[in-house]
Design a protein. Structure first.
Lengths: 389, 389
């Protein structure tokens, strides 16, 4: 059974609860909506019950957006390996360095988690056409789940997105439209076209369920580390749903008694040197980011010049005592090769960026040799092979 | 603990047992060696003990090539999803069609299983340089595990192999040599170079452990189908280790009481129209295949003109009451798109070939609508995107 109850504004602005049994996107105030659960009742859900459950993110179904009796649309997303990266750890003087390897998800990236949850709910709500603006991986994931559900998929990506992202969408039968500009432009065009046609918009945080998929990364970290959470979580940040989702998961786990209240992992948001709106806002003490001009990076997933959930990312980083760091393309590709050649991990440049950010934190004396660190590799190398040419 | 005891000739030719605590490759008669276990003792190993074990193929460690106290080199290989392919099944009139999706392995293919086992043992035996001839995916898997183990990797592939296979090897730090010809030529050159230099050869079936990794696919099918085995297993066959491994697993499972003796799944070996040595030998009633001339296909993994274990594949196909079928490139690419657009599965052409072979068996009235069928998708689409252009 699930303790899923209602939707609520993320600000919160004071608006009343929203009913998840009908289609919902944003709060009337324009902010993202969050799924809420009956967490008091969920205290009777014990973590011992997890042993032997399905090897995907739906093992946490009690706190997932399902109603009783519903089955999720699953392609095997989540429950990804957490590798003890001994060789890279040793080279950095860290005994407890772990890599959460999201490349082992369907469609080769962490985006599968969010879209499994979002498309599951969209299908239950009777959606006939799904639309998404994407920097690449989210489009692939959406197209795969839509195919499985038998729902039409409309995908909007920047014209200069790497070819594999386009081909993979087509393989799943999605309708692909390439637009001038960046993901923000793709989002504007998708929204304009979809409004008149009644498309169901699954843009990041413009529907409440992708974050529910992403939050499972924090549940998994807890379970895989036997409920001793790491000191640091280093996370590449484009739209930021992963960060926001994990922060929400810590809240939930504290309320149901799976994590003691008190210190949480320090969250480090990693961006690209030439597209770092969160980093700039963090450094300026701003609550929200500003649209980054002339955004460019080889890490397609980091090419998000302005995220709708920026204030939620910044809130998580600050409350955790973490930080935000920008990495050059050269450095992220270097560390992509390090993960490959030292650990056998297929990393996207985004994963390389996270490892490089760890180097910066060690150099600055912020990460200590006795700290437990989790670096996220959000996707595999295969769609980014051009950067290795 | 493991019941691993010794190595033995696969023919068997009558040679004495081989000691697995030293490096072993082929039998003195030239045939592959197989790992043997104390199966009488293993009858005390109960399948109930599997619940809650690690989500990779080493969950079957009692019948894997490990000595007590050893840890495997794992990147999360195996325990891949078995999807109930409802939409494609319905279009074919089958209620119980399943796809075993090996694309969710590290390095995107089933080859990770074999190489996890082989490199684990090679590392324990003190190997300093590993060499492999490969049509593509095996090289990627070997390079990844070698990187993790800190062992030098030497890879030999056909010059016209698709670019992603080369780039992925390089990402893991392998030394790549491209040779004129096919995998058989690569094997000859690798062996010549390696002999003088003392390289540890991990060619298919030229060492005894890749097959042990592959056999876990059959254990997983049992566990995932609650020990009711399918009527048909449809399997794309290049080197054939997967087929041979699963057949060996049925033997083992019967002997330890996990599977009743009696009918086993009918094994269908699927090859490419222009590289079908097993199919030709099957049709001719031959015990071994002959080298296929001018082999060509877009499915790199099927471009194996002569397999060292051909007689073992043919034996499994015949003993099972199965068959061997050849599929055209056009048909396999068509069904690769069907798996993508109907089920959201990222399939290699090899997976498409297996689905097309199923169509042929239905058309010929061999597969009945009430049969349970498992089609293997041995890898993901991402390294084969050129075929979709």
């Amino acid at each position: 059974m699930s303790y899923f109850s209602h939707l609520e504004c993320s600000v919160p602005c004071g608006a009343e609860a929203y009913d998840p049994r009908v289609e919902q996107h944003l709060c009337t105030c324009g902010a993202p909506l969050l799924a809420r659960y009956d967490l008091d009742a969920a205290r009777s859900w014990k973590k011992d019950s997890l042993a032997g459950r399905e090897s995907n993110m739906w093992r946490y179904r009690e706190l997932m957006p399902l109603f009783d009796g519903e089955q999720p649309l699953t392609l095997g997303e989540g429950w990804t390996p957490l590798f003890h990266a001994r060789r890279v750890g040793e080279s950095l003087g860290l005994e407890r360095l772990f890599v959460k390897d999201e490349s082992l998800n369907p469609t080769n990236s962490f985006k599968a988690r969010g879209l499994s949850a979002a498309v599951t709910r969209a299908a239950r709500l009777g959606a006939r056409v799904l639309s998404i603006p994407s920097a690449g991986n989210a489009a692939n994931a959406m197209a795969a789940y839509a195919a499985m559900a038998g729902i039409e998929a409309r995908v909007f990506m920047p014209r200069d997105v790497k070819i594999p992202f386009i081909r993979e969408c087509e393989l799943y039968g999605a309708n692909v439209e390439l637009v001038e500009g960046l993901i923000t432009d793709a989002g504007r065009i998708a929204a304009e076209k979809g409004r008149a046609r009644g498309w169901y918009d699954v843009s990041t945080l413009k529907e409440p369920y992708r974050i529910e998929g992403k939050k499972t990364m924090a549940y998994e970290l807890g379970e895989q580390l036997e409920w001793r959470f790491p000191d640091w979580i280093i996370y590449p940040t484009g739209g930021g749903t992963g960060m926001v989702g994990m922060w929400k998961a810590f809240d939930e786990m504290e309320q149901i008694g799976w994590k003691p209240a008190g210190p949480r992992p320090k969250m480090v948001s990693v961006q690209a040197e030439h597209c770092a709106p969160i980093v700039r806002a963090f450094e300026n003490g701003a609550e929200r980011s500003e649209l980054w001009q002339y955004a460019r990076t080889v890490a397609d997933g980091l090419r998000v010049p302005k995220a709708i959930g920026d204030f939620l990312v910044l809130r998580a980083v600050r409350e955790s005592g973490g930080t935000a760091l920008a990495v050059s393309d050269e450095d992220m590709v270097h560390d992509m090769r390090v993960l490959g050649s030292q650990e056998g991990i297929s990393a996207a440049p985004e994963g390389g960026a996270a490892l490089h950010a760890l180097r910066m934190l060690i150099r600055d004396g912020r990460v200590q040799s006795t700290d437990t660190v989790v670096v996220f590799n959000t996707g595999g190398a295969l769609k980014y092979l051009d950067v290795l040419g």
